[in-house]
Write a protein that binds this ligand. Sequence first.
Ligand code: ADP
Length: 511
Amino acid sequence: MRLLLSSQIARTLLSLSSRAMSSSSYKSLLREKAFVNGQWVNAANGESFPVYNPANGELVCKVPDMGAADATAAIAHAQVAFEAWRGKTPSQRAALLHSWERLIQDRCEDLAALMTLENGKPLAESRGEVAYGASFIRWFAEEGIRVTGQTLQGPTPDKRIFTLKQPQGVCGMITPWNFPAAMITRKAGAALAAGCTVVIKPAEDTPLTALALCQLAADALLPPGALNVVTCSRSRAAEVGRVLTTDPAVKHVSFTGSTDTGKLLLAQASSTVKRVTMELGGNAPFIVFDSADVDKAVAGLIQAKFRNTGQTCVCPNRIFLQRRVSQKFLAKLCERVAEMKVGDGFEAGTQLGPLINAAAESKLERLLADAKQRGGRVLAGGQSVKVGSGAGHFFQPTVVSGLGRDSACFREEIFGPLVAAFEFDSEADVVELANDCRVGLAGYFYSADVGQCWRVAEQLNVGMVGVNESMVSSCIAPFGGWNESGLGSESGVGYGIEEYLNLKTVVLNLA
Ligand code: ADP
């Protein structure tokens, strides 16, 4: 009994101290204004919108609800800044980016707390995202120094041909809430290193991490106007988005978010023929073949599926289990799932934070109802969870098996902690099933058969494949989707920075 009491007290103290640490530390980076041309500014219309903590529904603060005029002004400042920024040497730009990256690393705890506060993800995941986000800035600082063109032979004796790569200009960026830091650094790091300047509209749910990054960029002495953040509510996203995708001064639109919004932005950007980078939704297959190491496959699924409470575009969406291994896999998975802790991201030991909002919970409930109606069996979870005041939207990690191609979980991106399992017989069958969708971002499979590893990796119609591995993203690896999952690549050797460079051919006459 005494042991029990003391362990309870220890847990409470741990949780109190982690809350106290977090709530005091993030305030030093909390900014309630937008960041344009190196200044902290309000919206021209004087309006603001609220940012809530998704774990408890409490108001964190308000930030400017900017509109078209603010976006246009930010683009104009970024255009002026571009003329000076492009004139710096790549090494000078790299030095400033390295300073920014170091400050981000130094303030990891504060940034992580801010991220958990507005996004809800467990603090440990937020810390991981800060390091992951910083890695892109470091990577691109170094990529920028190594941009090269070519020297080509001429078509006639008196000619030589060169290619140059030059920064495009102002880049408009629209980012999602699920990675409030990394989706900004992966885009802005590449663009800035290439010599471009940027205007970012962060997601309305998570503007605070974006603004904190601006403060650190200012502290790192990035010149005013190089990095601008225009904040706005969901009701003004279309207005601001229209300016970012149609203003002739913007030369590139980079977007991460839903396929539907991406298609709209793509159409808008076509009016002035902008370069685009689109990182859109996925419907990742996760295949476990009979030969697989089941423990590894279960661990891989847990890691990739439940990260960020299942709210990432590369989350395994359709879990395909070969018939012989299916029961064993599901039993082990359910054992692990039963141990997972759902709670406030600030609570020690939390593995699953809240869903981002009520709409996300309704979607999960709809998908689950559809699965049950079509004969799916709920093997674990299946309910929402009340945490604290009950104002957050928490959901049990859930496993449903026995699904078919007609289920909504097969067609839609789940974006939540719901494992939807399907069975298959042969390699050919599962490749056909996996490729039966219009998107193609990530895909994963587990197999001990080397020949099968090659065959299936080649046959999946996706931009990224994990073979006996469920983490496919790093600054080193090109990140991008096929088909309706997007256009272009972010990060990787050459690819990520190339997105922000124009190619120029110079023909020199020697005569
Ligand atoms: P989600 O539904 O997960 O929020 P979205 O694709 O709608 O995914 O949102 C991703 C980003 O796109 C957010 O920053 C959001 O504000 C922005 N967004 C949504 N609709 C539009 C739009 N019509 N124009 C510009 N940006 C938009």
